[in-house]
Ligand binder design. Sequence first.
Ligand code: LMG
Ligand code: NDP
Ligand code: PMR
Length: 399
Amino acid sequence: MALQAAALVPSTFSAPKEGRSAASFKDSSLFGVSLPDHIKADFTSSALRCKREFNQRTWAVRAQTTATATPAITRSSMDGKKTLRKGSVIITGASSGLGLATAKALAETGKWHVIMACRDFLKAERAAKSAGMSKENYTIMHLDLASLDSVRQFVDSYKRSGRPLDVLVCNAAVYQPTAKEPSFTAEGFELSVGTNHLGHFLLSRLLLDDLKQSDYPSKRLIIVGSITGNTNTLAGNVPPKANLGDLRGLAGGLNGLNSSTMIDGGEFDGAKAYKDSKVCNMLTMQEFHRRFHEETGITFASLYPGCIATTGLFREHIPLFRLLFPPFQKYITKGFVSEDEAGKRLAQVVSDPSLTKSGVYWSWNKASASFENQLSQEASDQEKARKIWELSEKLVGLA
Ligand code: LMG
Ligand code: NDP
Ligand code: PMR
């Protein structure tokens, strides 16, 4: 397993820039016209941010060593000042788009060691280099979420590395808007839900103990959601709409043999499968929160980072769509964000001391201030969340 080496951290640096304050914009209007209340995403203000200064002592991490032995916070015998070790964050799908931009934003602070969990090692290495990330701030490890064996191997390798785990970011995704026929993961699940939901479900379940053991001041599990899975927004009402139905397809294994490839049991539709997978992501985050937040102190969060219309997510869409989608989002919906800006947003959810509230679906207003957004009825249905959890456990071999 490709574990690159090790980090030597600069000895002192200053803290994250002061956050912006409360949100006062709505993100669900088009041409400045507000939506009716029932499809308007509500919001509340983000918490007040605190300014922090961290001094970081030199800290070396070596693969196969006992990095966990280094406590997160130590007090210097010289001046009694508290110091914080570098945080360890795993980001899936960090070889492009949002994942890469987040890896870059975190690596640049010098406070994080980013484990880029990617299916294409060389692509990830090139991406990290061209993003200007310096070697001591990242490690690339192989992970193919479309194979549960690969997920298990990744987890074993990570555990063997002895590195602590402070934050896990489930970011990778596939989107197949033009596929006429379904494709499948190694275990035979429809690819979008298999990768985006089931792969991440197994990964997070297997790494939960490691997060639990982290002594970092704030440990977090973040699953990237999206507006298009939320039917309480305009974007979520563009057909085909997300709808998990009574979960009969999921119960049948999404294999297209003895069950449908779609969660609700319907005909295959790649765009819908993606949106359904995002609903699963958002429900899974909340189910984690209900089951484990109190016991573990882990912060569970999801987010909609904005419409990053230029990423590889749209690689399978028709060329005309790829040409028109960015200007459409920039000038018409005004929902567009750059990869850099979206990366900063996700990096906040990873490390901002004010975003520690668990069970939250974060969004940002037009001034780029974070706020707690409201999920659609289906994406906040507790009973569905519990059923998806139980069915997913069976499918990935945990129950
Ligand atoms: C499905 O179709 C496919 O069936 C599925 O296979 C998959 O691909 C899926 O989500 C992906 O899409 C959805 C289809 C049906 O929606 C459309 O795509 C219809 C319109 C095509 C537009 C593509 C959007 C992106 C490109 C924008 C191009 C616009 C030009 C702008 C150029 C900018 C330059 C400055 O959707 C429908 O049936 C209708 C959608 C109903 C949604 C709500 C309607 C809101 C109306 C507002 C429309 C505003 C748009 C432009 C107006 C321009 C005016 C100046
Ligand atoms: P990209 O396609 O740029 O990034 C997706 C990443 O996932 C890539 O690194 C890709 O790897 C990786 N990936 C895909 N399949 C697998 C797999 N089987 N195993 C491991 N990694 C895999 O898209 P985005 O950056 O836009 O998407 C990132 C996240 O943001 C997704 O969760 C998406 O749903 C979410 N999102 C995106 C929005 C947008 O507007 N773009 C809006 C809302 C949410 P590779 O590089 O090898 O292809
Ligand atoms: Mg959408 C406020 C309006 C808004 C926002 C924020 C998005 C985000 N979109 C909006 C509106 C519209 N879109 C409208 C009015 C239309 C019809 C013209 C429209 C169409 C559209 C298409 C065809 N939009 C799309 C597609 C896609 O294929 C993308 C998709 O659904 O991927 C699943 C997409 C998106 N629009 C967004 C966002 C964030 C996406 C893509 C990514 C995602 O959810 O992860």
